[in-house]
Ligand binder design. Structure first.
Ligand SMILES: CN1c2c(nc(N)[nH]c2=O)NC[C@@H]1CNc1ccc(C(=O)N[C@@H](CCC(=O)N[C@@H](CCC(=O)N[C@@H](CCC(=O)O)C(=O)O)C(=O)O)C(=O)O)cc1
Ligand SMILES: N[C@@H](CCS)C(=O)O
Ligand SMILES: [Zn+2]
Length: 761
């Protein structure tokens, strides 16, 4: 039987974020289109060469994107909203970036001065990658644009790489689309017509197979989606290349027999998230269907258990051809572990990034084709690494275990109910009606980043770096006081990222130097690696809070990232349940919370930006997740007295489904994203009779646009229609780190003026 190795997609940003640097240079006007496209083409070539050299038989093409693959698909289909049509007269690069970022943005988002807003951006399934939401309006004219997928297939072929182009499936694309006055699925036949043409073109230029991604198949599907899938694949299977129907991020569940019966030539299944589906898949999939087994984790960084995998695959490989692959695209893991020179060698031996994952697949293939004996040395090395991880004292800390075992229900509960707490806090804080605050970060300017980079390179000593950060903090506190904000923040200048900063200070986490993963466009994150039991060796934020508070009489919020968000935005342990890891992090954050309180901090914000996105993809699993996630937040927060005000912040707005869980967090104040949705979200909070205070964001920080005072007043008046005035705070809808001071200053000044107007009645 034939065993082959596939990758479903390789990281696009390059080993050293070459794409980010090229994109940002282009947006800054430092390099032209040609130079940007050259850089992109260099990255593609390097990725093909690398994957081939590592032993991949099926190389992907069109997995590369200058910004986002969902946007690429929208542009390919001509789903370009009218407001972008004039950006370059045709659907070229200027139009593409206008859709991604707005026309004058230095980030993603909308633009001022009569220019266009960017497309909406949201999370790709349960990842920290963001895609641009396709938009469809009534009367939309769809038509094929430049066929990037064909161009990139040919580009590879010209370099003698035979590739399997990656195409986002039509039903997933339509499911992600937002219809304005129209149901996106009304466009199904039109979209299928265009997909048929694309597949025809691919066949013409020689593509034998196409990888067609339909991750919606792992979700709860409705009848419309099922009908659409049936219709789509009946039609597309006649269009030319063989189709590898690719599913990931979960098991097919009740969609399995349906998916296996679609008239496609191959089916890829995720056996990392859903290993239990293998037997059912084998039963459902006729031998004529080429099975692609996603056996190596594309969402995490641990070495695979190769012996166990071989034991599972060997009997199958004796009976049918198989493709071995990562569970999903490698987009979600860093490029190359070999670039990490500063990681603890003990931890390093347990890890695999994209490059190492392809090596693992190649090794599995060799073992299956030539017998385990042919790779005995490598297998022994891998199992030795796994054994070292299991036994390592770095991983297992009995004190942490003991402490977690001792957690009681009382530790997860605030002392008194919200009414009592609110009164106690009012007495201590003495805030006016409609108190104003911000979410935590102020602009991470080039100067701030540069100072940190110089400090990290040893060009700036610790004292000079600290002095620089103190100056930034001092200036920011003085400005906040001057403009009359009521509750101040220190600005988070000392933080590289709201998760990484904590990962770097907690035991049980390792962090990388080059382990970048794309979050959106040119923006990347380095998720910390949670490898062991978590504890907090010493306070992490108290000194910065203390310094900031020493500069002002106004209350300064303590600023922390919550346990669920730290968990969801890290690479986490696969040797214990996520809930267990989360509880350990919660205890570490609880220590920080109580230390802040002991230092005199009267209001502490525990950000849970990722609580909503951490929801499991299937509804049936929501309650289980929310139970432990909310309990972890409560454990982190509830160590304080009634008079200490606990804030939380969530910047993604689809909360209506989970309001009881948000209520159960028992935060005193929650700040949320609402600016773009005209406060609609508050209807849900009102209907649920949310008892705490709410800061509905009045300034959409995702856009460089500066909102006027009147606009913010009218948003707050809309909020007043839903909530009691004494429940309302006035704040932006997220941190200001990606903005610049020229936007932030007038926007926040306007916000303070808006609060004054509201107080005047
Ligand atoms: C709120 N969001 C976050 C998410 N996930 C996180 N982990 N963090 C978040 O804040 N998810 C959802 C949203 C939106 N997502 C993002 C993701 C990323 C950014 C962002 O701004 N990323 C920065 C990198 C941040 C960082 O780690 N900075 C470091 C390193 C800076 C750097 O690149 N230095 C250069 C040298 C610079 C110089 O010499 O001048 C280098 O090392 O080469 C730091 O500040 O120290 C990005 O630029 O991509 C925002 C929202
Ligand atoms: N405190 C963080 C939250 C972002 S979600 C910030 O202000 O950047
Ligand atoms: Zn936020």
């Amino acid at each position: 039987m034939t065993i082959t190795v596939a990758t479903l997609g390789f990281p696009r940003i390059g080993p050293r974020r070459e794409l980010k640097h090229a994109l940002e240079a282009h947006w800054a006007g430092k390099i032209g289109e040609a130079e940007l496209l050259d850089a992109a083409s260099g990255l593609r070539t390097a990725a093909w060469a690398r994957q081939k050299a590592l032993g991949a038989d099926w190389l992907p093409s069109n997995d590369f994107s200058l910004y986002d693959h969902v946007l690429d698909t929208s542009v390919m289909l001509g789903a370009i909203p009218e407001r972008y049509r004039s950006a370059d007269g045709e659907a070229g690069l200027a139009t593409y970036f206008a859709m991604a970022r707005g026309t004058t943005g230095d980030d993603h988002g909308a633009c001022s001065h009569g220019s266009v807003t960017a497309c909406e951006m949201t999370k790709w399934f349960d990842t920290n990658y963001h895609y641009l939401v396709p938009e469809l309006v009534a009367g939309q004219k769809l038509a094929l644009n430049r066929l990037k997928i064909v161009d990139e297939y040919r580009e590879a072929k010209a370099q003698r790489y035979e590739t399997r182009p990656v195409l986002l499936g039509p039903v997933t694309w339509l499911s992600l689309a937002k219809g304005r006055g129209v149901d996106p699925f009304d466009y199904l036949d039109e979209v299928l017509g265009l997909y048929s043409v694309i597949l025809g073109h691919l066949a013409q230029v020689g593509a034998e197979w196409v990888q067609i991604d339909e991750p919606v198949l792992v979700l709860d599907l409705d009848d419309k989606q099922r009908r659409a899938l049936t219709r789509a694949y009946a039609r597309l299977s006649r269009s030319g290349p063989k189709l590898m129907l690719t599913t990931y991020f979960g098991g097919l569940g009740e969609n399995l027999s349906f998916a296996a019966a679609l008239p496609v030539a191959g089916l890829h299944v995720d056996l990392v998230r859903a290993p239990e589906q293998l037997d059912a898949v084998l039963k459902a999939a006729p031998k004529s269907l080429l099975l692609s087994l996603g056996v190596i984790d594309g969402r995490n960084v641990w070495l695979a258990d190769l012996d166990a995998l071989l034991a599972r695959i060997e009997p199958i490989a004796a009976t049918r051809d198989l493709v071995l692959a990562p569970s999903c695209s490698l987009l979600h893991v860093p490029v190359d572990l070999a670039l990490e020179k500063k990681l603890d060698p003990e931890v390093t031996q347990w890890l695999a990034f994209a490059v190492q994952k392809i090596e693992e697949l190649a090794l599995l293939k060799r073992a299956l084709n030539n017998g385990r004996g042919s790779v005995a040395g490598e297998l022994a090395e891998a199992s030795q690494a796994a054994a070292s991880r299991k036994a390592s004292p770095q991983v297992h800390n009995p004190q942490v275990r003991e402490r977690v075992a001792g957690v009681t229900a009382a530790m997860e509960a605030r002392q008194s109910e919200i009414g009592v707490r609110t009164a106690a806090q009012a007495a201590v804080l003495g805030l006016p009606a409609f108190p104003t605050t911000t979410i935590g970060s102020f602009p991470q300017t080039g100067e701030v980043r540069n100072a940190r980079a110089r400090f990290n390179r040893g060009e700036l000593d610790a004292a000079a770096y600290e002095a620089f950060l103190r100056e930034e903090t001092e200036r920011t506190i003085a400005w906040q006081e001057e403009i009359g904000l009521d509750m101040l923040v220190h600005g988070e200048f000392e933080r590289n990222d709201m998760v990484q900063y904590f990962g770097e200070q907690l035991s049980g986490f390792a962090f990388t130097i080059n382990g970048w993963v794309q979050s959106y466009g040119s923006r990347c994150v380095r998720p910390p690696i949670l490898f062991g039991d978590v504890s907090r060796p010493k306070p992490m934020t108290v000194a910065w809070w203390r310094y900031a508070q020493s500069l002002t009489e106004k209350p300064v919020k303590g600023m922390l990232t919550g346990p669920v968000t730290i968990l969801n935005w890290s690479f986490v342990r696969d040797d214990q349940p996520r809930a267990e890891s989360c509880r350990q992090i919660a205890l570490a954050i609880r220590d920080e919370v109580t230390d802040l309180e002991a230092a005199g901090c009267k209001a502490i914000q525990i950000d849970e930006a990722a609580l909503r996105e951490g929801l499991t993809l299937r509804r049936k699993d929501w309650a289980g997740y929310l139970d432990w996630a909310v309990a972890a937040f409560r454990l982190s927060a509830a160590g304080v007295g009634d008079a200490t005000q606990i804030h939380t912040h969530m910047c993604y707005s689809e909360f209506n489904d989970i309001l009881p869980a948000i209520g159960a967090m028992e935060a005193d104040v929650i700040s949320i994203e609402t600016a773009r949705s005209q406060m609609e979200l508050l209807e849900g909070f009102a209907a649920y009779r949310y008892p705490g205070a709410i800061g509905p964001g009045v300034y959409d920080i995702h856009a460089p646009r500066v909102p006027g005072e009147a606009e913010m007043v009218s948003l707050m008046r809309l909020a007043q229609a839903h909530l009691r005035p004494e429940q309302l705070w006035v704040n932006p809808d997220c941190g200001l780190k990606t903005r610049n001071w020229a936007e932030v200053k007038p926007a926040i000044e306007g916000m303070v003026a808006a609060a004054r107007t509201l107080r005047a009645g």
